[in-house]
Design a protein around this ligand. Structure first.
Ligand code: ISE
Length: 335
């Protein structure tokens, strides 16, 4: 049984605690921490009697009963806990982002490389969604030739009024940033953002929709429509155009309904409904891999690359120009 400590007991933290406690094989939550006592108590109650409660991440990481750490605190708080866990050689699952600056991501990456052990997995759960894994597996057969173009849409029915223009990158398209480079097995060269006409449902601090364009080092060109007040549903699509065929993600299974002279199929409005199995799968995979001492999912390099690419996209939102994605050389350790 892998004994896990969870840092951050908000909605996402509690959802992971429920997942580990009720749907994950070979793991249990033995400790939780949060600066807000009430949240920590609620979370401990999900994990069950005897769960230890801390008010800071450092004490939880240093608890000898905690073998592995799940970090679900706000992004700006990740860096210190990641460095502490690396110091103690404890395995970590860290929700996106790795850290909120490229500099902090690099610090964490350097510390992990120096430790000589792969310890950190990032919470980019879309890599576990069947729709995407089917396309990635199909590309890997070689039957369709090289990928050339990707068309993606990332639509949310609506977002809170606190959501602003940069968040379209840092909260939303951050998923495609990780997913697309993983699908084609390449890092990015440059990015650009085009702002179409705004929807009447947005406000002065949010350009919506946006079209983001990412080019990989070999020239694969990816367009992502990000539309977070689309109103009609949580609608995620992806098509990879290859030399010998085009691969489009299937719609999630839902019955086609014929009624009153029309044909319809439900689109969910909730990302946790669409990606429920993917979340379960990513945590189970992390637990299984922790037992075997490996990381199969997104790693610290992926977290660093996502942060640097996101910074370039936020810059491109302001300049309208093509912006370079400038990373350090990928360490041998992650190749
Ligand atoms: C949210 O944080 C997510 O991770 C969702 O997948 C994304 O669709 C949404 O736009 C984000 O705010």
């Amino acid at each position: 049984m892998l004994k896990i400590g969870v840092i951050g007991c908000g909605g996402m933290g509690r959802s992971h605690i429920d997942r580990i406690t009720n749907r994950t094989q070979g793991a249990e939550v033995v400790a939780v921490s949060d600066v807000f006592e009430e949240g920590a108590k609620k979370a401990a109650a999900i994990a069950g009697e005897g769960t230890k409660i801390y008010n800071n991440g450092k004490d939880l990481i240093n608890d000898p009963d905690v073998e592995a750490v799940l970090i679900v605190s706000p992004g700006f708080a990740h860096v210190d806990d990641l460095l502490e866990a690396i110091k103690l050689g404890k395995r970590v699952f860290c929700e996106k982002p790795l850290c909120t600056t490229a500099e902090d991501c690099k610090k964490v990456m350097d510390a992990e490389v120096a430790s000589g052990k792969h310890l950190i997995q990032l919470g980019f759960m879309r890599r576990y969604y069947k729709g995407y894994t089917q396309i990635k597996d199909a590309i890997a057969t070689g039957e369709y030739g090289e990928p050339l173009i990707m068309h993606c849409t990332h639509r949310n029915p609506e977002v809170p009024t606190s959501y602003d223009t940069p968040m379209a990158v840092t909260d939303t398209v951050i998923h495609e940033i990780d997913l697309c480079h993983w699908m084609v097995g390449e890092d990015y060269d440059s990015v650009q953002v085009i702002m179409p006409k705004d929807t009447k449902f947005t406000h002065s601090k949010l350009r919506d929709p946006q079209i983001m364009i990412l080019r990989t080092k070999s020239g694969v060109t990816i367009d992502v429509e990000c539309f977070v007040n689309c109103k009609f549903g949580y609608d995620i699509n992806c098509e990879v155009v290859c030399e010998d065929g085009a691969l489009k993600m299937g719609m999630p299974l839902a019955p086609e309904i014929r009624k009153s002279a029309s044909l319809s199929r439900e689109i969910t409005t909730d990302c946790f409904v669409l990606f429920k199995d993917a979340y379960d799968e990513e945590i189970q995979n992390w637990v299984d891999c922790a037992a075997a001492g490996v990381i199969e999912g997104p790693n610290t390099w992926d977290g660093y690359l996502a942060e640097v690419t996101a910074d370039a996209l936020v810059k491109a939102q302001q300049t309208g120009a093509i912006e370079k994605v400038e990373t350090v050389e990928k360490p041998e350790f992650y190749k």
